[in-house]
Design a protein around this ligand. Structure first.
Ligand code: B3K
Ligand code: ZN
Length: 850
C-alpha cells in the first residue's frame, strides 16, 4: 500500500513541465494477467519552462521490460510517484515496454477488466498505471494507438485509422492530456446512428453494450443527438471527429467519463427501457450523456492547467448540462431539482469539516475533490456570472474564451479575464467565489413607512476549516415586490450586494409589500429573514416566480416540521389548506405540484435544525415526517385520490417530461395516501404497473407500510438476472426500512447471493442506501455507523476511490448530540486505524475528524 506520510500538493507550487510532448504512439498487447504496453513518445524542450536535462515521468504499479532513449537502453531511477532519467539536449524519443495486470486491478482506475471486457478510467491520475508518462493535464499531445487482441471490438480515442484480424489502430488528432485517454476491448454490440453537423459532416455514433443490452440504448442515443444539436445552436460548438463512441460498463466508480471521442459510462446511465428504468433514470441518462458530450469543448478542447482548476471544466459543464435539461424539460422544475440537490449535498458539505473552496488550494488525493462544491457550487458561480453580465455578455465572453484558449490548458484566471474583456466588468471581488469556502448567510431587515419600503441586506460567511475570516462577496439577489393579494408591484430586479451591508429603497408603494427575495435562487446563499406564515402563504399562492412559489411552501413545511419536532405541535390548518389548493390547481404543471407536495428530506431537516441552533434528533424527525404525511393525507384525501386517478398515463409508457410529471404527481399522491389506506392503492398499482417508474412508486410505500413481502419476492423472482434492476431492489429495501430495521436489513442483504460487494453499484445500493436512510443510519444504537465502517474497511484495500467517497456519509457528525458524535467519530477512527489504509480514504477520514 501507499506510504504513511501523505504528500500535500499546493496550487501555489504550480510549475510548467520541462518538456512538450509532440507525439505519442502506444501499442497494447492485451492479456488479462499480463498486458504489454509499448510507448514511443517524442519529447522536446518546453520553451515556457527552464531548460532541463532530467526527464521525470509518472508511473505506478508498472513492471518495466525495457526503456530506451533515442534507441539506446537507459536505466531510470525511481523518483517520487514515478521515475527520472537523464536526457540529451533538444528533441528526443522515449520508448518503453511495460507489463501491467488488468485482472488484478480492483481499484477500477487505469486499465481493468469488467465481465471480460478491457476498459480504462484515467481521470484524474490513472494513466500512470498504464505506462510511464507526464500524467498532468497541461501536457497535451496527439495520440496514435494500436490494440492487439482477439476480442472483436477494439476502441480508442479519435478516428479509426486502420484495422485487420486481431488488431486495430486509432488516431486522435486533437492534442489531449493523458487523463482523456481511453481504450475498450470486448465482445460488444453497437446501437448505431449518425449525426450531420451543421457544417455538413456526417458523424458515426455508436453506443456499445454487452450482448443482450442492445435494446436499451435508444434513449441514450437520442439524448446524444439532442445534445450535439443543442451545443451547435446555443454555443456554436460542433463535434470534431468522424466518430463518437459511448461504451457502457458495469464496474465503474462514478457516473461516466468524457474521454475524447470515446465516452465510458456506468451502464446505469446508458441502459434504459420502460420495464427496467424509471423516469428519474431517463432524466439522469439525458443529463449525463449531455454532460459528457459537452465536455468535448469545455474540458477536452480547452482543458485544465492543473487539477486545482477542476471547476473550470466541471462547474461550467454542469452549468451547461443544467441549461440543456431545462431547455428540454422546463426550467422551473429543473431549477427546483437542482437547488434541492445543491442544498442536500453542497450546503451539507459547506457546513461541515469537508468544506473547501470551489477552487481548492491543496490536496493529498485529487480524486477526493470531485465534490458537490467543485461541481454544483462551481455551476452556481457560473449562473451568477451570467446573471451579472447578462445573456449577451455571457455569450460574448464564452466566444472569446473558446477562441482564445482552444487547444490550451487554462485557469480560472483565463476564464475570468475572458469575461472582463468581453464585458468590461471588473471581476476582482467576484473571484472570491472561487477561493472562499462556506455558504454565505444573507440577513434581511426592512422597514415600511409612507409608501417607502427600505430593504437592508447584510452578509456574513461562517468560518470553515483553514478560513476563519471571510470578506464580503458579490451576491446577486434577484427580487420582486408583491401585494398581499399577489399583484406584482416591482417586477424582478437584481440587487448586487457587494458590501457587508447595503440598503435599497422602493417608493410610492400603495401598501406594505410582500418581498419575494432570491428569485430563481439567484445565489447559493442562505437567506435569514423573520417571515410570517401569512407572507409565506401569500407567496405560495401568488408569486410569479415559480422557484419562490415552491420555496414558500418548502419553508412552511420546514416551519411546521420544526414545530412538530421541538414542541409536538400539530400542523397548522392554513398550511394544509394552502397545500390542498395548490394540489387541486390543474393550471399548474403536475411536475411542479409533485415537488410542492413532497416534504423536505430528513437529512435536509437535520441540516435546517442545526443551522438554527437546534440539535437534530433523527428519530424525532422521522416520526414528525410520518405524522405530517399522515395529516396531509387525511386533510387532502379527496384531492389526492382524484390526482391518483386522473394522473394515470394511459397507453404505452413514454419518458417525456409531461408524462413523467404526471407520474411524479401520481406517485406523490400515492405515497401520501398509503399512509392512510394501508397499501390498498399501492398494492393495486404494483400488480398493474407495466413500467419500472410505477412499480417503484408502488413498492417504496408498500415497504414503509410494512406490507411489501409478496411484492419484494415477486420482484426478485422476475428480475434476479438483471443487475441494474436488482440494484434498485437492494437499495429500496434499505432506503425505506424503518429506523430500527435499517442496519439489520442492510446486514441481511449483504448476505444475499447476489450481493457482489466488489461492484460499486451494488455496494452503493446497500451501504450507500443505509447512509442515506437518515433515521436508520443515525439510529441511537450506533449499528448503522458500525456496519458502514466495517464495510469501508473491507472495501478500501480493493477500491480506495469508492471507499473514500463513501466516508462522506459521516461528514455530518458535528450536527448531532454527544453520544452520536462519539459513535460516529469512533467509526471514523476505526477506519483510520485500518492497516494499510489508502491515501484516498486516509485523507478523507482525517479531514472529517478535523
Ligand atoms: N470527469 C469525470 C469524473 C472523473 C472522476 C475521477 N475520480 C466525469 C465528469 O465529471 O464528467
Ligand atoms: Zn464532468
Amino acid at each position: 500500500m501507499k506510504d504513511a506520510a501523505p504528500q500535500q500538493v499546493h496550487l501555489a507550487d504550480y510549475a510548467p513541465y520541462s518538456f512538450r510532448v509532440e507525439e505519442v504512439r502506444l501499442t497494447f498487447r492485451l492479456a488479462p494477467r499480463g498486458t504489454r504496453v509499448l510507448s514511443r513518445i517524442v519529447f522536446a524542450p518546453n520553451p515556457a519552462a527552464p531548460p532541463a536535462r532530467t526527464l521525470f515521468l509518472h508511473g505506478e504499479n508498472l513492471t518495466p521490460v525495457s526503456t530506451r532513449i533515442d534507441g539506446a537502453a537507459v536505466e531510470p531511477r525511481p523518483a517520487g510517484s514515478g521515475i527520472e532519467v537523464g536526457v540529451p539536449e533538444g528533441r528526443f524519443t522515449w520508448e518503453a515496454e511495460v507489463e501491467i495486470d488488468p485482472a488484478a486491478n480492483t481499484a477500477l482506475e487505469g486499465l481493468y477488466l469488467s465481465h471480460g471486457m478491457f476498459c480504462t478510467q484515467c481521470e484524474a491520475e490513472g494513466f500512470r498505471k498504464i505506462t510511464y508518462y507526464p500524467d498532468r493535464p497541461d501536457v497535451m499531445a496527439p495520440f496514435h494507438v494500436r490494440i492487439e487482441s482477439d476480442l472483436p471490438v477494439l476502441l480508442s480515442n479519435g478516428n479509426p485509422a486502420d484495422s485487420g484480424p486481431g488488431w486495430a489502430e486509432w488516431h486522435d488528432p486533437w492534442p489531449k492530456p493523458a487523463y482523456l485517454f481511453a481504450l475498450v476491448a470486448g465482445d460488444l454490440r453497437a446501437h448505431r446512428d449518425t449525426f450531420r453537423t451543421r457544417s455538413g459532416n456526417e458523424i458515426a455514433l455508436n453506443v456499445w453494450v454487452r450482448p443482450g443490452d442492445e435494446g436499451r440504448c435508444a434513449y441514450a442515443m437520442d439524448a446524444l443527438k439532442r445534445s450535439m444539436r443543442w451545443d451547435e445552436e446555443t454555443h456554436g460548438r460542433e463535434y470534431d471527429l468522424e466518430v463518437f463512441n459511448i461504451v457502457a460498463v458495469d464496474d465503474f466508480n462514478m457516473g461516466a467519463m468524457e474521454n475524447k471521442g470515446l465516452n465510458i459510462f456506468n451502464s446505469r446511465y446508458v441502459l434504459a427501457s420502460p420495464e427496467t428504468a424509471t423516469d428519474r433514470d431517463y432524466e439522469a441518462i439525458e443529463s449525463i450523456v449531455a454532460h459528457e458530450y459537452f465536455h468535448n469543448w469545455t474540458g477536452n478542447r480547452i482543458t485544465c492547467r492543473d487539477w486545482f482548476q477542476l471547476c473550470l471544466k466541471e462547474g461550467l459543464t454542469v452549468f451547461r448540462d443544467q441549461q440543456f435539461s431545462g431547455d428540454q424539460r422546463g426550467h422551473a422544475v429543473k431549477r427546483i431539482d437542482d437547488v434541492l440537490a445543491l442544498r442536500a449535498r453542497q450546503f451539507r458539505e459547506d457546513a461541515g469539516p469537508l468544506a473547501h473552496p470551489v477552487r481548492p488550494e491543496s490536496f493529498v488525493e485529487i480524486n477526493n475533490f470531485y465534490t458537490a462544491t467543485v461541481y454544483e457550487k462551481g455551476a452556481e458561480v457560473i449562473g451568477m456570472l451570467k446573471r451579472l453580465v447578462g445573456e449577451d455578455g455571457y455569450r460574448a465572453a464564452l466566444d472569446l474564451y473558446f477562441d482564445r484558449h482552444d487547444g490550451q490548458a487554462a485557469t480560472i484566471e483565463d476564464w475570468l479575464t475572458a469575461f472582463e474583456e468581453a464585458t468590461g466588468r471588473d471581476l476582482a471581488q467576484f473571484k472570491l467565489w472561487y477561493s472562499q469556502a462556506g455558504t454565505p448567510r444573507v440577513q434581511v431587515t426592512e422597514t415600511y413607512e409612507n409608501g417607502t419600503y427600505r430593504l437592508t441586506l447584510s452578509q456574513r460567511t461562517p468560518p470553515t476549516p483553514g478560513q476563519p475570516d471571510k470578506a464580503p462577496m458579490v451576491i446577486p439577489v434577484a427580487m420582486g415586490l408583491l401585494t398581499k393579494e399577489g399583484k406584482e408591484l416591482v417586477p424582478t430586479t437584481v440587487l448586487e450586494l457587494t458590501e457587508g451591508s447595503q440598503s435599497w429603497t422602493f417608493e410610492r408603494l400603495p401598501a406594505r409589500p410582500v418581498p419575494s427575495l432570491l428569485r430563481g435562487f439567484s445565489a447559493p446563499v442562505i437567506l435569514e429573514r423573520e417571515t410570517s406564515a401569512e407572507e409565506r402563504l401569500a407567496l405560495l399562492a401568488h408569486d410569479t416566480d415559480p422557484f419562490n412559489r415552491w420555496e414558500a411552501g418548502r419553508a412552511l413545511a420546514k416551519d411546521t416540521l420544526t414545530r412538530m419536532v421541538s414542541a409536538d405541535a400539530a400542523p397548522g390548518r392554513a398550511f394544509l389548506d394552502a397545500l390542498s389548493r395548490l394540489a387541486a390547481d390543474d393550471t399548474l404543471d403536475p411536475a411542479f405540484r409533485a415537488l410542492a407536495l413532497r416534504l423536505p428530506g430528513q437529512d435536509d431537516m437535520a441540516q435546517t435544525l442545526h443551522a438554527s441552533g437546534i440539535v437534530p434528533d433523527p428519530q424525532r424527525i422521522w416520526e414528525a415526517t410520518r405524522a405530517l404525511q399522515e395529516e396531509i393525507a387525511r386533510h387532502l384525501e379527496a384531492v389526492l385520490a382524484r390526482l391518483h386517478d386522473e394522473m394515470a398515463t394511459p397507453g404505452p409508457y413514454t419518458p417525456d417530461a409531461p408524462a413523467a410529471g404526471r407520474r411524479a404527481l401520481r406517485a406523490q399522491a400515492l405515497e401520501l395516501l398509503t399512509r392512510i389506506d394501508g397499501g390498498a392503492r399501492a398494492g393495486a398499482l404494483f400488480e398493474a404497473a407495466d413500467n419500472m417508474t410505477e412499480t417503484l412508486a408502488a413498492l417504496g410505500p408498500l415497504i414503509e407500510a410494512g406490507v411489501a413481502g409478496g411484492a419484494l419476492a415477486a420482484f426478485e423472482e422476475r428480475w434476479r438476472h438483471d443487475r441494474l434492476v436488482m440494484d434498485k431492489w437492494f437499495a429500496l429495501q434499505v432506503a425505506h426500512a424503518a429506523p430500527d430495521e435499517a442496519a439489520a436489513t442492510a446486514e441481511r442483504l449483504t448476505g444475499h447471493p447476489l450481493f457482489d460487494w466488489k461492484n460499486p453499484n451494488r455496494f452503493r445500493a446497500v451501504l450507500g442506501a443505509l447512509g442515506m436512510n437518515a433515521a436508520g443510519f443515525h439510529h441511537a444504537s450506533g449499528a448503522g455507523y458500525a456496519m458502514l465502517a466495517d464495510w469501508l474497511v473491507r472495501l478500501d484495500p480493493l477500491n480506495p476511490q469508492t471507499a473514500a467517497r463513501m466516508t462522506t456519509l459521516y461528514e455530518t457528525w458535528p450536527r448531532y448530540d454527544a453520544d452520536r458524535q462519539q459513535m460516529m467519530r469512533a467509526a471514523l477512527q476505526r477506519i483510520a486505524a485500518a492497516p494499510g489504509l489508502s491515501r484516498d480514504t486516509g485523507e478523507m477520514v482525517s479531514r472529517i475528524l478535523g
